[in-house]
Design a protein around this ligand. Structure first.
Ligand code: NDP
Length: 331
């Protein structure tokens, strides 16, 4: 087959949304362990912003995007779990999903169940697998059981609304924070037991009230700099702080002695890409996600849709905290 081309959103220098440009790139045949996928929808994630600004450094030029869904066009040698014509979706490194068609490693690409449409598939893989590992694979030393309180920041966002619903289905009492009263209402509607507007309220004081002074077993914190210190104050003794993002900026270094003074608490910094580092684990986590979505326990809410060419506007609204739920780009 002769070489085809694709539009690909790339950056040639780090910086603001204006650095996002649409290039034409050539796309070849998949090599061993690779597939070629034609996207029907692409997921937008906050990690794309960190890569664009240079907070997470990559060699340039960099094709952005870590999530997508579409149809497999060709598979390379050794790929047995997919074939041409399959509907598929993925969250994967290296970046490059903001495009029409790409060749990529097959390891993290999963067949998409027929009941799940492409937009949902594109919106939910990175965010849903993240909610999966946060709730199922990042457990406090004293365990996590139905009825336990957890605190989840940015609860009305893409990962947040999935986590609210999934936590409810596990019987957890999720206290969500969000940046407006409307966003708090959305978190409650999607299963949060309590919601706190952290722009107007002291979330640590509210958490103490809600939990009768006990604190929560786990804090899931993707906001970073602005929430980290107070989040530690929300934990009960031996509680677990799961830091997994830096929407407000990276967390500065801190002295480990703080953890003893707050009740021998634990802190971990997690990334999805450690969890999906094998085909078997990726598929097991994806199957868990597909089951809650197909079973209706988790509804993937897509509140923003942008044409691929409007990617700059999409980044602007995500960074301006103007989005709720998931955002997809449509090639
Ligand atoms: P969201 O849709 O949640 O958007 C980010 C939200 O963060 C905003 O809507 C906003 O909600 C909140 N926020 C708080 N402070 C700021 C700020 N200063 N600037 C911008 N936003 C702010 O994004 P995603 O669902 O894509 O991702 C959620 C978080 O999870 C991100 O931080 C992301 O990096 C992280 N993540 C980490 C992964 C990992 O494995 N480590 C994997 C996937 C996501 P509000 O207005 O309510 O405060």
């Amino acid at each position: 087959m002769s070489k085809q081309t694709s539009r690909a959103v790339r950056i040639h220098a780090v910086g603001g949304p204006e650095q996002l440009v649409i290039d034409t790139v050539s796309v070849g045949e998949p090599g061993p362990g690779q597939v070629r996928i034609r996207h029907h929808a692409v997921g937008l994630n906050f990690i794309d912003v960190y890569q664009r600004t240079g907070l997470y450094p990559f060699p340039l030029p960099l094709a952005l995007g870590m999530e997508g869904a579409g149809v497999i066009e060709a598979v390379g040698e050794g790929v047995t779990h997919l074939k041409a014509g399959d509907r598929a979706a993925y969250a994967a490194n290296p970046p490059g999903s903001y495009c029409d068609v790409r060749v990529m490693p097959a390891m993290n690409v999963c067949r998409l169940p027929d009941a799940i449409d492409f937009e949902t598939g594109a919106a939910m893989m990175l965010k849903g697998l993240t909610a999966q590992y946060l709730l199922k694979r990042s457990r406090p030393v004293e365990g996590l059981e139905a009825g336990d309180f957890v605190l989840f920041h940015a609860a009305a966002g893409g990962v947040g609304l999935i986590a609210c619903q999934w936590a409810r289905s596990l019987g957890l009492q999720l206290i969500g924070t969000a940046g407006s009263d409307e966003k708090c209402a959305l978190a409650l509607e999607h299963g949060a037991a309590h919601a706190i507007n952290y722009r107007t309220e002291d979330f640590a004081a509210r958490v103490k009230d809600i939990t009768n002074g006990q604190g929560v077993k786990v804090v899931y914190d993707s906001v970073g700099k602005d929430t980290f210190d107070k989040s530690l104050d929300c934990l009960r003794p031996f509680g677990l702080m799961v830091s997994f993002g830096n929407a407000s900026g990276p967390v500065p270094p801190f002295a480990p002695g703080i953890l003893a003074s707050k009740g021998s608490i634990y802190v971990t910094r997690q990334t999805l890409f450690s969890h999906i580092n094998s085909r078997e684990r990726t598929q097991a986590m994806a199957d868990d996600l597909f089951a809650v979505v197909e079973g209706g326990k988790v509804k993937v809410r897509i509140d923003q849709r942008f044409a691929l060419i409007d990617v700059q506007a999409a980044h602007k609204s995500l960074e301006a905290r103007a989005t709720t739920g998931c955002t997809v780009l449509l090639p």
